[in-house]
Design a protein. Structure first.
Length: 137
């Protein structure tokens, strides 16, 4: 990340309009560079959190898949001891369908909380635009 260099102050009455415009352009360029860096940093942080959540979710999904597979057969064969095999497997399938719906809704809720908009950058850009409008009047 590059550091933003502070501008050097020269009394305004000693500069021409061309020099003032050059200063304004330079300040605006430095400001835009700083805003871009801030946006990159914010986006990188949020993407890092989203990636971490996705990795944990993938590991949990694979592990859960094998657990569900083995437990499903065990439960269905256990129920098959007291009822017909087809009904036992149907009951177990229905239970897992309900679990799938509940977990899908939870995943959708968590995914909606991931926000990739760099709010601090948007706010400072709005402030900068306001400053630029007042400065150019």
């Amino acid at each position: 990340m590059t550091a933003v260099q502070p501008r050097q102050h020269v009394p305004a009455d000693d500069r021409s309009i061309g020099a003032l415009l050059k200063d304004l352009t330079g300040e605006f360029q430095r400001l835009l560079r700083a805003e871009v860096e801030l946006a990159k940093l914010e986006t990188r942080e949020e993407l890092s959190r989203a990636t971490d959540a996705a990795k944990h979710g993938a590991v949990a999904a694979v592990t859960a898949y094998f657990a569900v597979l083995l437990l499903s057969f065990a439960a269905a064969w256990g129920l098959a001891e007291v009822m017909p095999i087809g009904v036992a497997f149907l009951i177990i399938g229905a239970v897992y369908a309900v679990v799938a719906v509940v977990t899908a809704l939870a995943a959708r809720s968590r995914a909606s909380r991931v926000d990739l908009v760099p709010h601090a950058t948007v706010q400072t850009l709005e402030e900068d635009a306001k400053w630029l409008r007042t400065r150019s009047k």
